[in-house]
Design a protein around this ligand. Structure first.
Ligand SMILES: Nc1ncnc2c1ncn2[C@@H]1O[C@H](COP(=O)(O)OP(=O)(O)OP(=O)(O)O)[C@@H](O)[C@H]1O
Length: 387
């Protein structure tokens, strides 16, 4: 179908519509900002599981007493070589902690392989994890090394372990017991020496009770477990983390020193952080894009309300931080063929809502004719053809 709005324009426009009251950026300013090569990756979407921008932490911030206790436990568990289960809400730093466990073990310097178990279909996950031989199934034109073999000597981090199908859970248990993997289609097993660090943001006990997670695997994983507190449960980390992210992002953006003023500090401390450290990171990143005169003020911080988050959680949209992320998530789930249509629909619908259902204003805002807006709203079923 024809595209009245290009994708970059649509993304910028959508961002601007969402944030128009506070951002103070025109679409043109944003467009030129993202057009600069060093800023382009700020909009990079690494994969459909991770729709937020993030930096790889070069330092770790653990200042709250709860975090210090966690750090002490990590230091105790890490050298033991036991498998580890990390339990924590989304964005609490589970992957960062898994890396830390690896770095504090004798496996440091060997591979650290992070795999999101929810990222693969049931058909693919087995060959991804354990590999396959040439001709193992239709389309297996060459042999493939699985992630377990790739992590040999080091650590494999299985995020969202609760998403593994039961059939794969049995195989995983066998790998842990026998210390060998059998590639799909292979006759002989391959010995491996890998430490497993698994993570979950749901209570696996409930999955066990519901029959979706094997009890034997659960107990095997749970031997050494780390519970990561939410950010609201470790308030002593909020300002140090905020300072840390200000430092990281201002360097990336080429800015000078930036001070977080007192009102902004109070706002950071009083927010509930449903998205935890990742939400804080994104809030600071966004604030830096709009702050003025080397000062991050309270109005630069756009924080979602916990009520909104709860409502989303209840309606099954727990992990998606805002309408833009939801739109992009739908887009990537739908695949690229319908990319334009999805993004256009979302932009038009959002703009229409923003303009209090006024088609003329929507058309003006989007820079297209009213007929286009009307036709698309009818096609989406947002208005009746008779209107
Ligand atoms: N203690 C910390 N110090 C500095 N940065 C941190 C810390 N913990 C987490 N981060 C940063 O916060 C972001 C989210 O962390 P991470 O990806 O490890 O969370 P997660 O719990 O694995 O998230 P998910 O459940 O969504 O996979 C990352 O950019 C990470 O570098």
């Amino acid at each position: 179908m024809g595209t009245e709005i290009s994708v970059p324009q649509a993304i910028i426009l959508l961002m601007n519509i969402m944030d128009n009251d506070h951002m103070g950026f025109t679409p043109q300013e944003l467009e030129s900002f993202y057009a600069q090569e060093e800023n382009m990756n700020l909009l990079t979407l690494p994969n459909s599981q991770s729709l937020t921008t993030s930096i790889r932490a070069t330092a770790q911030v653990f200042e709250d007493p709860k975090s210090l206790a966690l750090l002490a436990r990590i230091q105790k568990i890490a050298p033991s070589d036991a498998n580890v289960l990390i339990i924590g809400e989304t964005g609490t730093g589970k992957e960062l902690i898994a890396r830390h466990v690896h770095d504090l073990s004798h496996r440091k310097g060997k591979p650290f392989v992070a795999v999101n178990c929810g990222a693969f279909s049931e058909n693919l996950v087995e060959s991804e994890l354990f590999g396959h031989e040439k001709g193992a199934f239709t389309g297996a034109f060459a042999a493939k090394t699985g992630w377990f073999e790739a992590a040999n000597g080091g650590t494999i981090f299985l995020d969202e372990i609760g998403d593994l199908p039961l059939s794969i859970q049995v195989k995983l248990l066998r790998v842990l017991q026998e210390r060998e993997v059998v590639r799909l289609g292979a006759r002989k097993p391959t010995p491996i020496d890998v430490r497993l660090v698994a993570a979950t943001n749901v209570r696996l006990e409930e999955a066990v009770l519901a029959g979706n997670f094997r009890e034997d695997l659960f107990y095997r994983l749970r031997v050494a477990h780390l519970e990561i507190p939410t950010l609201r449960d470790r308030p002593g980390d909020i300002l140090p983390l905020a300072e840390y992210f200000v430092g990281e992002y201002r360097r990336r953006l080429g800015y000078g020193q930036i001070e977080i003023d007192e009102d902004a500090q109070r706002k950071l401390l009083s927010h509930a952080w449903p998205g935890n450290i990742r939400e804080l990171e994104n809030a600071i990143h966004h604030a830096l894009l709009i702050c003025k005169a080397n000062r991050l003020r309270s109005e630069d911080l756009q924080l979602s309300s916990i009520q909104l988050h709860r409502a989303r959680q209840e309606s099954g949209h727990a992990s998606l931080g805002d309408p833009l992320q939801q739109a992009l998530h739908q887009l990537f789930e739908a695949g690229h063929s319908s990319l334009y249509e999805h993004i256009e629909d979302t932009v038009i619908r959002t703009a229409y809502h923003y303009c209090h259902n006024n088609q003329v204003q929507t058309a003006r805002l989007l820079g297209v004719s009213r007929n286009i807006v009307r036709a698309r709203l009818i096609k989406m079923g947002a208005i009746s053809a008779l209107k």
